[in-house]
Design a protein around this ligand. Structure first.
Ligand SMILES: Cc1cc2nc3c(=O)[nH]c(=O)nc-3n(C[C@H](O)[C@H](O)[C@H](O)COP(=O)(O)O)c2cc1C
Length: 205
């Protein structure tokens, strides 16, 4: 397993140079809770992909809209889109979820995907970072914490960020060109890699 070490700083600035990889690539699955073509949450995750250092591979999940409605009767049915979701979650060392809020709740498509994962082992114990593209979306964020925790996911609080993309119509390139937002994003990715490391160490000890 990769060993990441972080030198201490007098200030709070964190950069990828702080994280020194010594073994293998960390794999992160990024799930956007929005199906919108120009989704700010998807753009945030695309920017995270662009910012990830060479020892971190972030894969953006693209199957949210293909999943059937969750039905417990079909849990063992090996439906291709569900099997693919479970395989991608299993592949990942950690999961980032970035989601909008709809009517003070988690979007149905995202909750549907999570419901397909409830009974399996793929999600259990997995480190999870929650990104939020809107400071207004507090209910869905709180709800996601509850859902992920109930599913035995391990929220990494230091890697959970809220940035303000609401009404800005920024794509990934636009996000990367905003130093404050891209700085927060980079710091969150660094914090998540460290969280995955310590979570894995704690889990395997
Ligand atoms: C049907 C619907 C319901 C919404 N409900 C809320 C809400 O309860 N609270 C909120 O802060 N924003 C709400 N919004 C706004 C979205 O969360 C916001 O536009 C978000 O940025 C969309 O994310 P996206 O750009 O990734 O698609 C709602 C939007 C839609 C379409």
């Amino acid at each position: 397993m990769t060993s990441l070490t972080a030198p201490q700083h007098d200030d709070k600035t964190v950069t990828f140079a702080d994280v020194v990889p010594t073994a293998r690539i960390l794999r992160i699955l990024a799930i956007s809770g929005s199906l919108r073509q120009v989704s700010s949450n998807t753009a945030l995750l695309q920017a995270a992909v662009a910012l990830s250092p060479e020892f971190v591979e972030i894969h953006l999940y693209g199957g949210l809209g293909d999943l059937p409605h969750f039905n417990p009767d079909l849990e063992s049915a090996e439906l291709p889109s569900v099997t693919d979701l479970r395989a991608q979650v299993k592949w990942a060392d950690g999961i980032i979820i970035s989601s909008p809020e709809y009517a003070h709740g988690v979007p149905g498509v995202l909750k549907n995907a999570l419901d397909w994962l409830v009974s399996g082992e793929e999600f259990m114990g997995k480190p999870v970072a929650l990104f939020n593209a809107s400071p207004r979306a507090t209910h869905s964020q709180a709800s996601l914490i509850e859902i992920v925790t109930t599913m035995a996911g391990r929220i990494v609080p230091e890697a959970c960020i809220t940035v303000s993309l609401l009404g800005k119509t920024l794509d990934a390139a636009g996000i990367l060109s905003e130093p404050e937002i891209s700085g927060e994003l980079s710091a969150a990715i660094v914090a998540f890699t460290k969280g995955i490391e310590s979570s894995t160490a704690a889990y395997s000890s």
